[in-house]
Design a binder for this molecule. Structure first.
Ligand SMILES: [Zn+2]
Length: 163
């Protein structure tokens, strides 16, 4: 089977923050029908200080439909990825400060270290994640069907690949 990078980055749906967001009655992890089960998901870090915001809990949270176990799996998937990235960024900045590196040296080193986890992330992306930037929610789904249903119930369209 050939790997298709487009399907790896998932399906994106953008909705302005001011609008009410409607999720289908389906678990966004396993795509099965769901009743009265939800989980709070924290938005992904955005921008230069995003990871620190994430650490201190200032990132936006939304409630999404997911089975208890599916929700746990999704949350741990997102959390481990974010902490891992934060760990790498922190280590590189400390090393850069310690050796008094120029900014470009630090950035080059950071870039080299951060590529493997980004590649890993593309291959094992969580089934759902979102970020809030400039008043617009950007939702990302791995499941095309779910993304289309979600977009339809919110009167918007699915866009592919932001990478
Ligand atoms: Zn589920």
């Amino acid at each position: 089977m050939t790997q298709n990078w487009n399907t790896l980055d998932g399906f994106y749906v953008d909705i302005p923050e001011a609008k009410e967001i409607i999720f289908p009655d389906k678990c966004l992890v396993c795509n099965k029908k769901i009743k009265n089960s939800s989980v709070n998901i924290t938005g992904n870090p955005v921008g230069y200080f995003g990871l620190w915001k994430f650490q201190f809990g200032f990132n936006p949270k939304i409630t999404v439909p997911a089975h208890v176990d599916c929700g746990k799996q999704l949350k741990s998937n997102i959390r481990s990825r974010n902490f891992f990235l934060m760990f790498i960024v922190s280590i590189v900045l400390l090393i850069g400060l310690y050796f008094n590196w120029e900014r470009w040296q630090t950035l080059t080193f950071l870039f080299a270290l951060i590529l493997p986890p980004i590649y890993w992330q593309l291959k094992n992306a969580p089934s759902f994640e979102f970020e809030l930037e400039d008043g617009v929610f950007e939702f990302r789904f791995s499941n095309k069907e779910y993304a289309e249903e979600f977009a339809k119930s919110n009167g918007v369209k699915v866009s592919k690949a932001h990478v």
